[in-house]
Design a protein around this ligand. Structure first.
Ligand code: MRU
Length: 350
């Protein structure tokens, strides 16, 4: 890879055998790199959404297993593998919906299982975790190139949450397609939904697009349907945390955009790498993460709801595939009927 002036969202520091990452909870006020030296620190950072977004979680999972490997003091291969198993279980439990996390963990675990010694296992784990990160950049660039073909030469696109550089190693999936369209000379205006309650849209998507000089306007989530009605949106592009046989899981609020887009005859596209597919499962098999009431009940220090009121805070929702006009991946654009086009994904996974 050519040297970059900007740090990646998440990377392996070979000098200290640590993970370095941009703390996404601090943006847009502060742009700071943090460092994780232990699996416990990493699990905390993932739980707090300092590292977030499905592909970035895949990289974090992979690097987390590498971290467990290099920090293990076990000399015996069996006990070393027990350490790896415990770390993998902890990391896997941090966020249940984004399948990339488990995918990254399992990829490095499979490599480690091939080793004949602890030293070999450590080297294989680090090399595989770095490979996962490097592949993510290529994946996003390929996906972006396929995605930009869906964009008219002059268009306004609505997006939800952050499926950008910050959710990956760099470039992004949904925002990667937008970046590729802009790079191809298209005139693209982005409508970013704020994405309550944690505001990944206003804090992260607006921050990274504005920084790149891409035209972006923030709206409250609740005005998306009205803008569609007024003819102000040409297409919708979002990322995904998991794609099952029958549904796309993504940030809570995605489903309502898909319903509104179909009602108004606006194309609704999903951009996600093959690592986000989980085609052995259906919607009902998936655990949707429920997060703390605190995220909804407060805005900074200000309490927004009485103490005795219940709060239901799903982090994700599921959009049935019949509302999705196309899924953009690094191996091409998949269109309905998905039972057929998903064969391409299965062949890639095999
Ligand atoms: O809770 P988050 O911020 O991790 O949710 C992220 C999303 O829902 C993204 O849209 C998804 O992970 C795709 S990122 C390319």
């Amino acid at each position: 890879m050519p040297a970059r002036e900007e740090p990646y969202t998440i990377a392996w520091d070979a000098e200290t055998d640590c993970i370095v990452y941009i703390d996404q909870t601090l943006l847009p006020d502060r742009y700071e790199q943090m460092r994780c030296a232990t699996v416990d620190d990493l699990a905390r950072a993932i739980g707090r959404l300092e590292i977030r977004g499905a592909p970035a979680l895949g990289i974090a999972g992979a690097m987390g297993v590498a971290l467990a490997a290099v920090r293990s003091t076990e000399k015996d291969l069996g006990r070393f593998l027990d350490d790896i198993g415990r770390a993998a279980a902890l990391l896997r439990s941090t966020r249940p919906t984004a399948v990339n996390l488990a995918w990254g963990i399992d990829r490095v675990k499979r490599k480690v299982a091939m080793a004949a010694s602890v030293a070999e296992a450590k080297a294989l784990a680090v090399a595989e975790a770095i490979a996962v990160a490097e592949e993510d950049e290529l994946t996003c660039r390929r996906l972006g190139a396929f995605g930009e073909e869906l964009f008219p030469t002059d268009c306004t696109v609505l997006t939800h949450c952050n499926a950008g550089a910050l959710a990956c190693r760099c470039w992004g999936t949904a925002l990667g397609a937008i970046r590729s369209a802009v790079a191809a000379g298209k005139s693209v205006r982005v409508i970013a939904c704020e994405t309550r309650p944690l505001n990944q849209g206003s804090r992260l998507t607006c921050w990274e697009l504005a920084r790149d000089g891409i035209d972006v306007t923030l709206i409250p989530d609740s005005s998306a349907a009205y803008l569609m009605r007024k003819g102000k949106i040409d297409l919708v592009v979002v990322g995904a945390d998991r794609i099952t046989k029958d549904a796309v899981f993504n940030k809570i609020g995605t489903y309502m955009h898909a319903v509104a887009a179909r009602h108004h005859g606006i194309p609704f596209y999903v951009a996600a790498p093959v690592s986000t597919f989980d085609l052995g499962r259906t919607e009902k098999d998936i655990t949707v993460e429920e997060r703390d009431r605190f995220e909804l009940a407060y805005c900074g220090d200000r309490q927004l709801v009485p103490d005795d009121v219940k709060v239901l805070n799903y982090a994700f929702d599921a959009t049935p595939l019949d509302l999705v006009d196309a899924i953009v991946t690094e191996i091409g654009v998949l269109r309905p009927p998905y039972a057929e086009s998903f064969r391409l994904v299965k062949e890639r996974e095999a």
